[in-house]
Write a protein that binds this ligand. Structure first.
Ligand code: FES
Ligand SMILES: [Fe+2]
Length: 340
């Protein structure tokens, strides 16, 4: 599935917890999901939201991906609105000035470039998707998301949902072990988490979830998972005839606004003739099952709760809660120091 499928989070019965442009949490720094590699083919330009400003992604004819903040330093045109790629340059639609991959203007009307540059955004590509670095002061990356080998893995399938919340709130699900057998009780009746701990910009843990199956049967679903910053969660899961990678990517798309995308990729251990069909069935099946559990209130969905809840600080924690206080302290590294 190449197309981005978008689900609606609003049920029109609840109001957002904060007025527009108000957020109790700052916008986080870090690596954030910008879409699938195939959404920006050689010679193409695409616009994505990151923080409260757009990012213009463009790929040279030779396949090198670049990203910039959108406004032309000449007279302010948005490079994502009619901007084109010519060779190794991005061409502004307004007066035709050209910019190279470093953001520098390399040509104006009379071939003499003006001394001005577009602001560049660092990007990385792996496993068939694009990540971009967001920093409140425009500083370069200070950490990386571990590179994954994608040999033998299927191209990821994805679906996304945008709602009123914040990447920190969505990612708090990772350490909020107390909610699992309550909110998700229709599907999860037991939850054991081991090794839940932070390490610099990441947390990792091993999960063993006891799932309720039809006919009163149960099944233990064990997997390891990790988060890197507030935008990237990866779970690696053994499935029959192969392995599954599941990602949850959160992008701040406004004040108290977040876009979350679920991606699934499969590495089958089956012989070639059935491999592709199995990978497609398993990854789409996982996507469908995830959307129907996290999206629907009747199934114990997280998204309707995130969409309507507010941020309580300090929270009134009870014994039985996961390490939420420790998580929130760890989160402060992703915010401007004065805001933290
Ligand atoms: S505004 Fe971009 S070339 Fe004039
Ligand atoms: Fe949850």
């Amino acid at each position: 599935m190449k197309r981005l499928r978008t689900w609606k989070a609003h049920d029109h019965k609840t109001s957002p917890a904060y007025p527009p442009e108000v957020s109790p949490l700052p916008r986080p720094d870090g690596w954030f999901y910008m879409g699938l590699t195939g959404e920006v083919k050689p010679g193409q330009v695409a616009t994505r939201r990151l923080g409260c400003e757009d990012v213009v992604l463009w790929r040279t004819a030779r396949g090198v991906l670049h990203a910039n903040r959108p406004y032309c330093p000449h007279l302010g045109a948005h490079l994502g609105v009619g901007g084109t790629v010519q060779g190794d340059t991005l061409v502004c639609p307004f007066h035709g000035f050209r910019f190279d991959g470093t953001g520098a203007c390399v040509r104006s009307y009379d071939a003499e470039p003006v001394k001005a540059a577009l602001r560049t955004v660092e990007v990385r590509e792996m496993c068939g998707f694009i990540l971009a670095w967001n920093h409140h002061a425009g500083s370069p990356p200070t950490w990386e998301i571990p590179h994954l080998d994608s040999a033998g893995w299927s191209a990821p399938v994805q679906a996304s949902v945008e709602f009123s919340s914040h990447p920190q709130e969505v990612m708090e699900n990772f350490v909020d072990t107390g909610h699992v057998t309550r909110l998700h009780q229709n599907t999860i009746i037991g939850c054991e988490v081991t090794g839940l701990k932070p390490d610099a910009q990441s947390w990792s843990a091993d999960f063993a979830l006891r799932l309720r199956l039809s006919g009163g049967r149960t099944f233990v679903h064990a997997f390891s998972s990790e988060i890197h910053g507030l935008g990237y969660l990866l779970a690696e899961i053994d499935i029959p005839y192969g392995s599954l990678r599941a990602w949850l990517m959160n992008v701040p798309s406004g004040e108290w606004r977040v876009r979350s995308t679920f991606l699934f990729s499969v590495r089958p251990t089956l012989p070639r003739p059935v491999k592709g069909v199995y990978a497609a069935l398993a990854s789409h099946g996982a996507l469908w099952a995830t959307l129907h559990t996290v999206m629907l209130p009747a199934n114990g969905g997280d998204v309707p709760l995130w969409n309507a809840k507010r941020y309580v600080d300090p929270p009134h924690l009870a014994s039985g809660d996961g390490p939420i206080g420790r998580y929130r302290k760890w989160c402060r590294q992703f915010y401007p120091q004065d805001a933290a």
